[in-house]
Ligand binder design. Sequence first.
Ligand SMILES: NC(=O)c1ccc[n+]([C@@H]2O[C@H](COP(=O)([O-])OP(=O)(O)OC[C@H]3O[C@@H](n4cnc5c(N)ncnc54)[C@H](OP(=O)(O)O)[C@@H]3O)[C@@H](O)[C@H]2O)c1
Length: 220
Amino acid sequence: MDKTLVIGANGQIGRQLIGMMALANMPVRAMIRDLSQARNLEKLGAETVVADLEQPLPDEAFADCDKVVFTAGSGGKTGADKTILIDLWAAVKSIDMAKKHNIKQFVMVSARDAGDPEHGTEAIKHYNICKHFADKHLLESGVPYTILRPGRLTNDAATGLITTQRPDNKDEQIITRADVAACVLQCLDHSEAINQVDELYNGSMPIAEAFIKAVKGRLG
Ligand SMILES: NC(=O)c1ccc[n+]([C@@H]2O[C@H](COP(=O)([O-])OP(=O)(O)OC[C@H]3O[C@@H](n4cnc5c(N)ncnc54)[C@H](OP(=O)(O)O)[C@@H]3O)[C@@H](O)[C@H]2O)c1
């Protein structure tokens, strides 16, 4: 069975994804910043590897892995310098390592306005630009990709219901972190998700169905 390296595994989406993968018996290696974060993730059944995303990434983190999920981020409380270092540069380094290690799917947790930062929220334009160029690097890398662009994240309970169509009402352009984690799981488990880019919002369609509809829509 494929083994997946989750980068940003101790994050709010990352931890939920690790839990879901463990329940599904999917082999997973959790990349964490600090050894103190290992215990909880290992209890769930994940292997752990410690790496600081601001430093060169170790080959051993990627060795023997088939897939990579990038769900790291500098967070809203740091400055633009950290956004560049993590959301852009660490993502680029991870993609380059994925290429080097012949990774067969790289799932990027991107953001709603990464496709068009010029028309996104002005206050986080720098963030959207970083996400844009990280996605572009992945698209041009030759590594099989799945790019997920969620709207504003919430900590509400999972609904299992999403849409990949952007709602007109900005207040509805949201999705729970639990549902994003479930979407990542869905993409890891289904080859149709490879080489797809989708926005993600809570909606009215079960996750599996929404992805099938999105793929069919693209095929015409
Ligand atoms: N907030 C939103 O509304 C929104 C919307 C769309 C997309 N997103 C994106 O969704 C993704 C995940 O979101 P989330 O809420 O799960 O984020 P989160 O809880 O802030 O998790 C981010 C993870 O990145 C890790 N990280 C940051 N700097 C690191 C470093 N130097 N070395 C190693 N690890 C580092 C953090 O490690 P520690 O646990 O050690 O801090 C944390 O585990 C992010 O890429 C974010 O940009 C967010």
